[in-house]
Structure formats: structure tokens, C-alpha cells
Design a protein. Structure first.
Length: 264
């Protein structure tokens, strides 16, 4: 069995990742005011594609196929309510008051990827939707806080799981964070559940995503016939937040936030 090679990025490469990451952050900010009742998800996709091209970048999801899947047909992922991830924008999907929607964007700028997502409220959320989204966002930041040199990948998942489950929610197992650089999905995999002290050791120069998917009910997933859209098996709500991060000599930097807000 071949040994998994985890690429360590130079400061120059991390600077390029930072530029791509900040552009992805700005794209989500651009889309946020459009998230309201009556808007269809294809309109969000088309706005994102125009904005990305205008800023000299490419949409990484468009035409992407991993693991033999059919190519992803759109520029962003729009995952509404019980869709865990990889929801495909379409004109028939109209956002309604009370929905939650995760928008996942990845831009390619100067050959490097910036990957981030947020879950937004459409109008006024239900109490359970509000709690789920708030807990999921906190899970992301607890996972990030576990990142430092010589920590283990398992520390990240443990921090997330230890926060989500006491709130009555579950952590999706089927989808994980991933290494990212010039390649969209690279080693290592970053599970959002696990045991402290287990897994590969974190080293400065490692760059990867942390993107917990937290479900209202069971963590189990159902993949739809389009080979992309993943739903909660019990059709209860799912939320997700994602950042791309770099392991630094002293801790961690979030590459998908403005620089002044990224060091911990």
C-alpha cells in the first residue's frame, strides 16, 4: 500500500492560498444579501459564476469529478434544509421563509484553491434550525482551535464531536475535510469525529479544510441518483460551516478570512 504524501506548503504558496481564500470569503459576502425568500438557487449560482469570472478566478466545482463521479454541473453547492452537502443549484428550488441553506464555494485563483462555506437563514428560522446552525458554527471554530504543530488529526474531530453530541446533534461520518492546494482534494482527510491523540501529526505548512456537517437527527446519509446530492437519511435538518486553514509554527491561520482576523 502506497504511503500517503501530505504536501507541506511554502510561505509563498500559503500566500497564494490566502489570496484565493480571501476571494472565496468575499464571494460568500457578495451572495449573502441575495439569500431571501423567493430566490431560486440557480440565480445564486449564476451570480456567483459572474462574480468569480469578473475577479479573474475560476469556479472549482464546475465540471469537477472526483472518484469517478459524473462532473458536477454547477459553480457552487447549495444545500437546503435536509441536504447535507453537494446540493445542485436549479431554477425550481425556490427558497422559502424558515429554510436554512449552506452555500459552499471554491475559487481557483492563480492556480490555488480557496474553499469555504456558511449556512444562512432564509427569513426567520425555527428554534431548532437556529440552534443547529449556531452549534455547527461553534463546532468549526472548536475544531480550528485544536490545530497546532504536533497535535493530531483526531484532536480536531474530537473537539467537534464533544461539542455537537451533548447538544443532541450528530456528526456526519461520510464526508470529511481534506488537504487543499493546487489540487482541490488532497491528503490528508480530516474527519469531524474521532479520538484525541489519534491520527497523523500536524506539521507547519499543512493546509486543509475543516468543514463539519452537523445533523439534527441521525448522522446517516442517503446519496441521490444524481451521484452528488447527499440527504439526511431521516430527512431532518443539516448544517455546515467550512474554512481552509494552515498549520503555522505557532498554531493556525484561517486562510478564508481577512488576514487581520485569522491568527489564533
Amino acid at each position: 500500500m502506497a504511503t500517503e504524501i501530505i504536501e507541506l506548503l511554502s510561505s509563498r504558496e500559503i500566500a497564494k492560498m490566502r489570496s484565493a481564500g480571501e476571494l472565496a470569503y468575499e464571494l460568500l459576502n457578495y451572495l449573502e444579501p441575495m439569500v431571501k425568500p423567493g430566490v431560486n438557487t440557480l440565480a445564486l449560482n449564476d451570480a456567483a459564476e459572474r462574480w468569480t469570472q469578473k475577479h479573474g478566478a475560476k469556479s472549482a466545482p464546475l465540471g469537477y469529478h472526483g472518484g469517478g463521479q459524473v462532473p458536477f454541473p454547477k459553480s457552487i453547492c447549495t444545500s437546503v434544509n435536509e441536504v447535507i452537502c453537494h446540493g445542485i443549484p436549479n431554477a425550481r428550488q425556490i427558497l422559502r421563509d424558515g429554510d436554512i441553506i449552506n452555500i459552499d464555494v471554491t475559487v481557483i485563483l492563480d492556480g490555488y484553491h480557496g474553499d469555504t462555506s456558511r449556512t444562512f437563514f432564509v427569513g426567520t428560522p425555527s428554534p431548532v434550525a437556529k440552534k443547529l446552525v449556531e452549534v455547527t458554527k461553534e463546532c468549526l471554530y472548536r475544531g480550528i482551535a485544536a490545530v497546532k504543530p504536533n497535535a493530531r488529526i483526531g484532536d480536531i474531530g474530537a473537539a467537534i464531536q464533544e461539542y455537537a453530541e451533548p447538544h443532541g446533534f450528530s456528526v456526519v461520518r461520510d464526508f470529511v475535510g481534506h488537504g487543499i492546494n493546487r489540487i482541490f482534494h488532497a491528503p490528508p482527510q480530516i474527519p469531524h469525529y474521532g479520538d484525541r491523540g489519534k491520527g497523523k501529526k500536524l506539521r507547519p505548512g499543512m493546509v486543509f479544510t475543516i468543514e463539519p456537517m452537523i445533523n439534527e437527527g441521525t448522522w446517516e446519509v442517503e446519496l441521490q441518483a444524481d451521484q452528488w446530492t447527499a440527504l439526511t437519511k431521516d430527512r431532518k435538518l443539516s448544517a455546515q460551516f467550512e474554512h481552509t486553514i494552515a498549520v503555522t509554527e505557532s498554531g493556525v491561520e484561517i486562510l478564508t478570512l481577512p488576514l487581520k482576523a485569522t491568527t489564533h
